[in-house]
Write a protein that binds this ligand. Structure first.
Ligand code: ARG
Length: 247
């Protein structure tokens, strides 16, 4: 009888000890994209991360950030390696065929940055006759492909935006094309280099969204959208915006 009781007790103890596991959603993020998502002391930081943490606090959910290369980042959703992609992802019709997107959380556009070799580049059209670096598969890559064809020798593709921008600094290309916030951050951080930004009305307004598996995560999507609306309404969004982009 004693053994039986002991068994019963230990079974109860086990049940009591089992943590009421709070599920953390895994966020795939290409943390090479300051000021939106990058690494500081081995930690993912940035505007997008702060927005997601504010959404999590508002909705009572939890996110774990997994630094993930941009190439293949969307596929991590269907593989089950992530639940959410947060990577300054522009919402496009084509991508909507593959994933579901949250409501927009940031407005952006393409921006050209030139070095001294590209000093006579004054518009997007001028890129026809110049080399430009981009991060592979980004909207910057896509606008140049649309202009010149995917096979154009003018387009130099790199796995990360910092590598594309390094090529500009070393004079391997005349220009780089990328998201305005990232290009501007790069120019600000290189005050001693002669760099010029060129915007062009031909560049459409882009909206960043958080991506989830298509048709299978409506719950999570609803929470993210409710969170975005709530942090916009209560001033949290503005505070985070001012922190990263100056009030
Ligand atoms: N907004 C652009 C796009 O969606 C570039 C995003 C790149 N993001 C990154 N973390 N590398 O194509």
């Amino acid at each position: 009888a004693a053994a039986l009781m002991l068994g019963a007790c230990s079974k109860n103890d086990n049940t009591a000890a089992a943590p009421s596991a709070e599920k953390a959603y895994v966020v795939a993020t290409d943390a090479t994209y300051a000021p939106f998502e990058y690494q500081d002391n081995g930690q993912v930081v940035g505007f997008s991360k702060d927005i997601l943490e504010a959404i999590a606090a508002n909705q009572g959910i939890k996110f774990d950030f997994a630094n993930t290369p941009w190439e293949g980042i969307f596929a991590t959703l269907d593989k089950g390696d992530s639940d959410l992609v947060s990577s300054s992802v522009t919402i496009t019709e084509e991508r909507k065929g593959q994933m579901d997107f949250s409501d927009p959380y940031f407005e952006a556009s393409q921006l050209i940055v030139t070095n001294e070799k590209g000093a006579n580049i004054q518009s997007f059209a001028d890129l026809q006759n110049h080399t430009a670096s981009v991060q592979t598969g980004t909207t910057g890559d896509l606008v140049l492909q649309k202009q010149q064809g995917a096979g154009s020798a003018n387009i130099k593709r790199f796995d990360t935006m910092p590598l594309a921008l390094k090529e500009l600094l070393t004079g391997g290309v005349d220009a780089s094309v990328g998201d305005n916030g990232v290009i501007q951050n790069f120019v600000n951080n290189n005050p001693n280099v002669k760099l010029t930004t060129v915007s062009d009305p031909a560049f459409e307004t882009e909206h960043y969204g958080f991506a989830v598996r298509k048709g299978r995560d409506d719950d999570l999507l609803a929470k993210i959208n409710a969170g975005i609306a709530a942090i916009k309404a209560d001033g949290t969004y503005q505070k985070i915006y001012d922190k990263w982009f100056g009030g």
